[in-house]
Design a protein around this ligand. Structure first.
Ligand SMILES: CC(C)(COP(=O)(O)OP(=O)(O)OC[C@H]1O[C@@H](n2cnc3c(N)ncnc32)[C@H](O)[C@@H]1OP(=O)(O)O)[C@@H](O)C(=O)NCCC(=O)NCCS
Length: 283
């Protein structure tokens, strides 16, 4: 299609893309797009017509080892004419060019679009269920909230529970305004951590990674107590039945779901330790 330009996105356009995501009801965390930009300056790409933004998406590279595509949105008046498909294939090529040859790419897609993504080489793995409810009081005196005390243990624990090492991303994720952090030790052993962050509507909790359900329960309860009364959302892998049972125990109910898909072999990780994924936009 002529008259459209594909290329890097400006900060002002990233803010516009954030507003479009809100209109789709995706409700990313307030600081999420800034974290992605800080950890990978080339993470956002745009379609422009003249000076106007008409579409965008993210193509985040985790140090070339793992890629993630998200926030694929076109302005409503240019949809349905083949532009989105052309842009999506261009985005995929741009991301592949920045990744190692054997790197896997992930995404969370809406169900009706999965045939399109399959035609682009992605394979469905499982669904993420968005569980939503109100946070209520359940503070835990053993939970540690001090970022400086936790940071090294969080970085070590995160490895193996996310497809790639992501120190830069995580340090930034934990540093955003309004973020609440929770970590737990059993004796000297670090057994899990969770993060609550403000979103446009209420709070989101993610990641919530724990070695066992008792730890996950204590972390979730403590994080909830620090945002009591707020709406809260967590995105749970449906294959982790224990995690779903925990969400149900807190009165959270499914409001939305999407399909995790991979281009390349699904990464090996301890999915049974994932009680809430970090984000549907960035992995
Ligand atoms: C998704 C979106 C970016 C596609 O842009 P677009 O310009 O309308 O897309 P195109 O017309 O180029 O169609 C691209 C492909 O998606 C498919 N598609 C588009 N909308 C679809 C829908 N609602 N249901 C099923 N398939 C759809 C088309 O069939 C096409 O597949 P093909 O190229 O293999 O024939 C746009 O519709 C949008 O912004 N939607 C709202 C946000 C959203 O849902 N994003 C996707 C999240 S996973």
């Amino acid at each position: 299609m002529s008259g459209f330009w594909f290329g890097p996105m400006t900060d002002r356009e990233i803010a516009e893309l954030r507003d479009w995501a809100a209109m789709e009801d995706w409700n990313p965390g307030r600081g999420d797009l800034g974290v992605a930009r800080a950890s990978d300056p080339e993470a956002f790409v745009a379609i422009r017509q003249g000076d106007a933004l008409v579409g965008g998406g993210s193509i985040l590279s985790y140090g070339g080892k793992f890629g993630f595509m998200g926030l694929f949105i076109l302005r409503p008046d240019v949809r349905g004419r083949g532009l989105g498909g052309q842009f999506w294939r261009w985005r995929l090529d741009q991301l592949k060019a920045r990744l190692d040859a054997d790197a896997v790419i992930g995404m969370d897609g809406v169900f009706q679009m999965t045939p399109f993504y399959e035609r682009g080489g992605f394979v469905a793995a499982y669904r993420h269920l968005r569980m939503q409810g109100d946070a209520h009081e359940r503070a835990d005196p053993d939970v540690v909230s001090d970022r400086e005390r936790l940071i090294e243990d969080i970085l070590a624990f995160d490895a193996g529970r996310f497809p790639a090492s992501r120190e830069k991303f995580l340090r930034s994720w934990l540093d955003r305004p309004g973020v609440r952090i929770a970590g737990l030790y059993r004796g000297d052993k670090f057994v899990g951590y969770g993060v609550a962050r403000p979103a446009r509507a209420g709070f989101k909790i993610g990641p919530l990674f724990a070695a066992d359900v008792v730890t996950a329960d204590r972390l979730l309860g403590d994080l909830m107590s620090r945002i009591a009364g707020e709406q809260v959302q967590i995105d749970v892998p449906e294959t982790n039945l224990t995690a779903l049972a925990l969400a149900n125990k807190y009165g959270l109910e499914e409001v939305f779901n999407c399909v995790r898909m991979y281009h390349g072999a699904p990464p090996k990780m301890f999915i049974e330790d994932v009680y809430a994924v970090t984000s549907l936009e960035f992995g």
